[in-house]
Design a protein. Structure first.
Length: 252
């Protein structure tokens, strides 16, 4: 449930701050300022947002277009489906700039005798970290369109949208990004060798950007089963969509 933390007030407009358990950075629902909940101090890092460009009816049309296009979808998906739930939420993300360099040594064994191989991986990322814990949001599939970001403004958010606060601060977001990039580089190395003997990754991390992105969550029903779609509300792209299995025709 939503509550008020010891009558903690917004450092900008003095309105009471509302929060959910576990949230660390709270956006004031009156003026849009962000505050660190443990101390009540102003949140001074860059706080940006993406604007929702689709109303619920437009999103329904996007879902219908998705259903009738692409491969591996039942031919009657659009005809036989029914949207049962549609919700808009502004989710908090940290965009962490990382320069990562890995040196690895491993054994290539798939084509005969083992061959030792050494190589390097050097990449730059704007690594996306969701500011919510225990969430099933497909973060790795979400390419945040940073070119469309604007300074956060509560006036740009419609009344139908729910704004979620971050349960992760900047330092934790950087730690998460570092661990995930290291794991990603190990995955990349394993595409080149069958066994890794040693891998060392060094990273340089820049200042993170805190951004709220509008996301449409859709549930639809098809032949008695429920499926979900996640749509980027700033550009209408489907981030992830559950596709019902195609029934196989059996010949008797």
């Amino acid at each position: 449930m939503t509550g008020i933390v010891e009558r903690l007030s917004c450092s900008h407009c003095n309105a009471p701050l509302e929060y959910n358990p576990g949230e660390i950075i709270v956006t004031c629902r009156y003026c849009g300022s962000s505050n660190v909940i443990e101390t009540g101090v102003a949140f001074t890092l860059e706080h940006s947002m993406l604007v929702n460009n689709f109303d619920s009816e437009s999103v329904r049309n996007l879902v219908k277009e998705w259903m009738k296009s692409g491969f591996l979808k039942p031919k009657d998906l659009k005809k036989c489906s029914k949207i049962t739930e549609i919700n808009l939420s502004y989710l908090p993300f940290w965009i962490v700039p990382i320069e990562a360099s890995s040196h690895y040594r491993g054994l290539f064994e798939r084509a005969g005798p083992s061959i030792e191989k050494k190589s390097d991986i050097q990449k730059s990322y704007n690594w996306v970290v969701l500011g919510r814990k225990a969430s099933e949001f497909p973060t790795r599939e979400f390419d945040v369109p940073l070119k469309g970001k604007i300074p956060f403004s509560i006036s740009k958010i419609g009344s139908e949208a729910r704004v979620l606060n971050s349960e992760v601060d900047e330092n934790e977001a950087k730690d998460i990004a570092k661990q995930e990039v290291e794991a990603h580089h190990e995955f990349l190395a394993k595409q080149e060798v069958d066994r890794i003997i040693k891998i060392k990754t060094t990273v340089q991390i820049g200042d993170a950007v805190y951004i709220h992105a509008p996301i449409w969550f859709i549930t639809y029903e098809y032949k008695g089963n429920s499926y979900r779609l996640v749509i980027d509300a700033s550009n209408g792209e489907v981030i992830k969509g559950d596709i019902p299995p195609i029934e196989e025709f059996k010949l008797f």
